[in-house]
Design a protein around this ligand. Structure first.
Ligand code: HEC
Length: 218
């Protein structure tokens, strides 16, 4: 009886010790065929470059997380922005983006409503419903987001920022502001910019009435 207890004890301690390993490790695969899919899945690590033609990188495996070919346009979206992101510390492309005009014609009443919605959801949380740089996420410095968003109406540079440069900012991000390219399609970004430029023009034409009355437009 004692022997059984001792053997059980040794086996238990052995199992406990052998299960102590690096937290990130999934341990031994008992049946690898069932653990790893044999199909080529989009983001799975591949064992060879047979189908991808890619060279080995990141050690032994190839990760198929490639970007689409340059110039790829999503279905029903507009042609891609011709300006690429600046190299770190450079601003040449940010400056050159000033010359890219907004390819969308002025918004119809329906599109304007949609642009307003897109602005409120994606930008208004930081830049404010009134574009004054004081959305609920910032809230005068008391919100969860500590970096002050630019006042899109009163900031002397941003209020005159050309459409193309604003598109650059929304697409690639600027300093504390991130990119919105994955949340908004190319067309949606140009629509939001139409909306911002419209509000800026309205505020500049009658500076005293830049508050709630501006919402009544269109
Ligand atoms: C999470 C908060 C946040 C959101 C959301 C956000 N921004 Fe910003 N934005 C900022 C901050 C912070 C800055 C100031 C960046 C800096 O220069 O440090 C900024 C700066 C800008 C600028 C000026 C850039 C420059 O070159 O000086 C523009 C234009 C702008 N935002 C437009 C937008 C638009 C349009 C959207 C919606 C698609 C948006 N932002 C969404 C935080 C935000």
């Amino acid at each position: 009886m004692k022997k059984i207890a001792i053997i059980t004890g040794i086996v238990t301690v052995g199992m406990l010790l052998s299960s102590c390993r690096d937290k990130g490790s999934t341990g031994h695969a008992y049946m690898p065929d069932m653990v790893y899919s044999r199909a080529y899945e989009t983001y799975a690590a591949l064992d060879s470059s047979k189908f991808t033609g890619d060279t080995l990188e990141r050690g032994e495996k190839i990760f198929y997380d490639r970007m689409p070919v340059t110039g790829t346009v999503a279905r029903e979206d507009m042609p891609a922005f011709p300006i690429t992101i600046d190299k770190l510390g450079d601003t040449a492309n940010y400056v050159a983006a000033k010359n890219v005009p907004n390819p969308l014609p002025a918004l119809s009443a329906v599109d304007y409503l949609e642009a307003t919605r897109l602005y409120l959801v994606n930008c208004g949380i930081c830049h404010g419903e009134k574009l004054d740089g004081n959305g609920p996420l910032f809230n005068g410095g008391n919100g969860p987001y500590s970096a002050a968003p630019k006042n899109l109406i009163a900031d002397p540079i941003v209020s005159k920022m050309p459409d193309g440069q604003m598109f650059y900012v929304v697409t690639y991000g600027k300093n504390a502001m991130g990119s919105y390219a994955s949340q908004l399609s190319t067309k949606q970004r140009w629509m939001v910019i139409h909306y911002v430029k419209d509000k800026q023009a309205l505020a500049n034409s009658k500076p005293a009435a830049a508050d709630s009355s501006a919402n009544a437009k269109k």
